[in-house]
Design a protein around this ligand. Structure first.
Ligand SMILES: [Zn+2]
Length: 405
């Protein structure tokens, strides 16, 4: 079962195993003249074809001719808001016609529209919408995806979203990592402090459905003190902390993330040099979301400084209906190169090995014996072309747990 021989690729490209920071990030391991043997969903060996042929024959491995193609690890998207209902296309059209945030909200758009539609949607409908997005993500090379709740803002809908994530995880190939983001925004008609209490009260029922707890820590939403309060409670319920931090304002979230030993801090568009120095002394992943900066015409995260400062960089899509409706991780990686100063090899590590670290997942995001066989065969012979030909899908064959999907 799930045994493959990936025969004679033009190159096999992978970050070295482990969490990556600093100068080594830019230089992935590139093998030529070798093939990959996968057995029972796991990478068994990487060697010249002649050395693998007998073993491949013995286990009855399916053979894939990969000549002319680069092979890279399956992409890991460590930040998305995949599950929602309702269309924000009118918001987009109004914005393109010059409308501002307040005008769009006054016309019935914005996150309020998404929350209302997600609350109304039945589970079957919500799952069908999310499934179609997931299918597109898989075709673009995403083999593992973090998915946040956060468009319910009440217990019943937050649970509905997390249950949809759990069901989808069992029904299709992409591995989903669920995050509870009840503290995404404050629902209309509720005082901020009251809502934070409500979110904390959701934790006992939510805990079994999520791996992480996240909070939108930003001026006008939730404070650093709120983040500390909520995430400490969440951790007591077994949920690992991560934060939306430093998107528009520095309000002390990085200090909280360090105090909590968070898995990641995400956004970081206004991250300061002093914060970079503090994060460099931790194993917190610094997740950049360049698609949001493109879509909203905002500054990009200081990727070059994050890497040169010794932090652990990751790049994710932040797929969501309001600030980035794009699931393409290769496009986010290309933007990381073009606008945040990443080198191509750094972008690859940021969406594979380091993204696995951001999700605290073992043995994926790298092509090495003993690691999970999540692999992409690209249309191109040089992996760098995946980002150079940005805007086109270079993922030819997606392999998940050793199966072509
Ligand atoms: Zn987000």
């Amino acid at each position: 079962m799930a045994s493959l021989l990936i025969r004679d690729p033009a190159q096999i490209v992978s970050p070295p195993p482990g969490v990556l920071r600093g100068p080594g990030l830019a230089t992935p391991v590139i093998r030529t003249g070798e093939s990959i043997l996968v057995e029972d969903g796991v990478i068994a060996a990487i060697a010249p074809l002649a050395d693998l042929a007998a073993a491949a024959d013995r286990i009855g491995a399916e053979i894939i001719d990969a000549s002319g193609r680069a092979v890279i690890p399956g992409l890991i998207d460590c930040h998305s808001h995949l599950v929602f209902a309702g269309s924000r296309i009118d918001d987009f059209a109004r914005r393109c016609a010059g409308a501002g945030y307040e005008e769009i909200a006054a016309a019935g758009g914005g996150i309020g529209l998404t929350v209302a539609a997600t609350r109304r949607a039945g589970r079957v409908e919500l799952k069908a919408i999310a499934r179609s997005h997931l299918h597109r993500a898989l075709r673009l090379g995403t083999t593992t995806l973090e998915v946040k709740s956060g468009y319910g803002l009440d217990l019943a809908t937050e649970m509905k979203i997390l249950e949809v994530i759990a069901e989808l995880n069992d029904e299709q190939p992409v591995d989903l990592v669920p995050t509870f983001l009840g503290a995404h925004a404050v629902p209309a008609g509720v005082a901020q402090a009251d809502y934070l209490r409500q979110v904390k009260a959701m934790l006992p029922e939510i805990a079994g459905l999520a791996r992480f707890c996240d909070i939108f820590c930003e001026a006008g939403y939730f404070t650093a003190a709120d983040a500390l309060d909520l995430l400490e409670s969440a951790r007591a319920h077994g949920l690992l902390p991560r934060l939306h931090a430093d998107q528009f304002h520095r309000i002390g979230c990085i200090e909280v993330a360090i105090a909590l030993g968070a898995a990641s801090v995400d956004h970081l568009e206004v991250l300061s040099a002093a914060e970079i120095a503090r994060l460099a002394a931790t194993d917190i992943a610094c997740v950049m979301l360049p698609g949001v900066s493109l879509f909203l015409d905002l500054p990009f995260a200081p990727g070059r400084a994050i890497i040169d400062g010794g932090c652990i960089p990751a790049v994710a899509s932040d797929f969501n209906p309001g600030s980035n409706p794009c699931l393409s991780l290769p496009l986010a990686m290309a933007l990381g190169c073009l606008r945040s100063g990443l080198q191509v090899g750094e972008a690859l590590a940021a969406a594979t090995a380091n993204a696995a670290h951001a999700l605290r997942l073992d043995r994926r995001g790298c092509i090495a014996p003993g690691w999970q066989a999540d692999l992409l065969l690209l249309d191109c012979a040089d992996y760098r072309e995946m980002l150079y030909w940005y805007g086109t899908n270079q993922a030819r064959t997606v392999i998940k747990n050793g199966r072509i999907v």
